[in-house]
Ligand binder design. Structure first.
Ligand code: G3I
Length: 349
């Protein structure tokens, strides 16, 4: 096979997150890579509530429409991201005119209206939705978000119910990061079981997979795949990237406590990635792809969180202006040296 999507065609979808330049096809080189390599897309930002409903009742769909049209025109599996997320939700969502928190009833109604409006617009066209994003903390507790504070844990089943009402045929997902942390994994399993016991439709669990070179352990990720699949839901890799830069837990040995501090040591590869590091990155990608292939009966999709290194959020997080190399294509959209190895892995398994 000569592309990821061909190689993995009978395993799982190969996806990429698209930014606005790609959605509006302003970046020809990136679009060429997307069309050649991927058969699934997700919008990196333009379907988030802040973008879609910046003010109450004022919906903005031009970017999201364009995204869905792009996917349809190219016969792709289209994923919507994300309906309920504490981050990137507009401030108005949670407060009344005087700035005080709205009541439980009002927030539920706003959630209902938002989900119904967005999901029904793309009914039958968006194949799956990240309904709730990042609601569980690393210790397994619920995140104390505005949704949780005002509605309580019911905001989760309610969000799924509203999404199902709006498009009964769309797949509905729970999506989160650091799912290999044992306490967080257990918290997600507990939550999903509760949803299932309450008869809530949930079709899949997304493991974001924002990795570092040395964290997490592949073996812990494997446990997560196995435990999530045991719930009877699809398991998917929704936002994969592998940062080569030092940052906290993601790259052990270079903890940073003050994210505002800028230090050369934290941005060591501004002149290019040394060959040895590239090899390390390739080996790390191969280890994860081998794992996903081993569990191809459980995994329905593997999506990269961006196309070329220059697009990645990792260049700006946790501090801005870094030069990271977390994706499969470089800043000129040329394949990394290990891309062919990832393609070949599929043909051998
Ligand atoms: O579009 C504006 C631009 O006009 C402005 O000049 C610039 C200045 O900061 O900001 C631009 O918006 C930024 C946007 O990305 C587009 O680049 C926002 O500030 C920035 O906050 C936003 O970051 C996104 C982040 O989610 C927050 O929404 C990242 O691109 C996106 O990769 C990231 O994705 C999240 C997933 O949705 C959920 N899981 C974690 C993942 C990584 O954080």
């Amino acid at each position: 096979a000569t592309s990821l999507k061909e190689a993995y065609a009978d395993k799982f979808y190969m996806g990429a997150a698209l930014n606005l330049n790609q959605i509006w096809e302003k970046d020809e080189a990136a679009v060429a890579v997307v069309l050649q390599q991927f058969n699934s897309i997700v919008a990196e930002n333009c379907m988030k509530s802040m973008h879609v409903q910046p003010e109450e009742g004022r919906f903005y769909f031009r970017d999201a429409d364009k995204f869905v049209e792009f996917g349809e025109r190219n016969n792709m599996h289209i994923v919507g991201h994300t309906l309920v997320w504490h981050s990137q939700a507009p401030n108005w969502f949670f407060v009344d005119a005087s700035g005080k928190d709205v009541s439980r009833e009002v927030l539920i109604e706003r959630m209902r209206n938002h989900i119904h409006t967005v999901v029904s617009r793309y009914k039958g066209r968006v194949h799956g939705w990240d309904v709730v994003n990042e609601a569980i903390l690393d210790n397994g507790d619920y995140r104390n978000s505005k949704f949780y504070q005002i509605i309580g844990e019911d905001f989760i089943p309610l969000a799924f119910k509203f999404a199902q009402e709006a498009d009964p045929d769309a797949e509905l997902y729970y999506n989160d990061y650091s799912t290999a942390v044992p306490t967080k994994r257990a918290g997600i399993v507990r939550m999903v079981k509760k949803l299932q016991e309450a008869g809530v439709k949930i079709d899949g669990i997304g493991m974001q997979e924002h990795h570092g070179l040395y964290h997490p352990d592949v073996a812990e990720v494997e446990k997560t795949i196995v435990e999530f699949a045991a719930l009877g839901t699809k398991v998917m890799v929704t936002e994969m990237d592998i940062s080569v830069l030092p940052h906290g837990r993601a790259n052990v040995g270079a903890e940073i406590s003050d994210t505002t501090a800028y230090d050369e040591k934290l941005n060591p590869y501004t002149e290019g990635l040394p060959a040895k590091k590239m090899e390390e990155l390739g080996n790390r990608y191969k280890a994860f792809f081998e794992l996903y292939l081993k569990h191809q009966d459980k995994i329905s999709r593997v999506t990269l969180w961006g196309v070329g290194d220059g697009d990645s959020w990792k260049n700006d997080w946790p501090i801005q202006g870094r030069t990271d190399y977390p994706l499969l294509f470089d800043r000129e959209y040329q394949p990394k040296p290990f891309l062919q190895d990832l393609i070949d892995l599929a043909s051998n398994s």
